[in-house]
Design a protein around this ligand. Structure first.
Ligand code: FES
Length: 64
C-alpha cells in the first residue's frame, strides 16, 4: 500500500527502512522523503513507524 503518494513510498519500503535502522520520522523524512511535499502522509507514516517499532521491540523483549 502506498503511504506517500508524492514520492511513491510504500508501507513495505518504510518497514524495510526501519529494519535497516530508521527509528524516527526525521530519518524517514531524510531517507524516503516522507512528508516533505504535501505532508498528508505524515500521520499514516508515523502510525506505521510506531506499529513496526512496537512489534520489533516486543519481539526483542520476548527473547530476553
Ligand atoms: S503524500 Fe507524502 S509528502 Fe505528499
Amino acid at each position: 500500500m502506498y503511504v506517500c503518494l508524492c514520492h511513491g513510498v510504500t508501507e513495505r519500503q518504510i518497514v524495510a527502512a526501519i529494519d535497516s535502522g530508521v527509528d524516527c520520522m526525521k530519518q524517514l523524512r531524510r531517507d524516503l522523503g516522507i512528508a516533505t511535499e504535501c505532508g498528508r502522509c505524515a500521520s499514516c507514516a508515523s502510525d506505521c513507524l510506531k506499529q513496526t517499532l512496537a512489534s520489533r521491540n516486543s519481539a526483542e523483549g520476548g527473547a530476553k
